[in-house]
Write a protein that binds this ligand. Structure first.
Ligand SMILES: [Zn+2]
Length: 69
């Protein structure tokens, strides 16, 4: 497992910060498909890319982290 994307993106619809993590399916099928990641808060589309797995999203509570940019 290498090259998994793991990043944060701000939702343009509701302004929430969302953590997006790519995961890979086991089984070695290796079929690349276009998968979408949507905002857990408002369910609008955040990100779309080719992947052999899919994307997990989770809301980042900005109150609990120090105001880093
Ligand atoms: Zn949103």
């Amino acid at each position: 497992m290498s090259g998994a994307r793991n990043f944060e993106k701000r939702c343009e619809q509701c302004g929430k910060l969302v953590h997006i993590q790519e995961y890979f399916l086991t089984g070695g099928l290796g079929a690349k498909e276009k998968e979408e990641a949507s905002c857990p808060n408002c369910h609008s589309l955040l990100y779309k890319a080719m992947t052999e797995g899919g994307f997990r999203t989770s809301l980042i509570e900005e109150n609990s982290i120090n105001n880093k940019k």
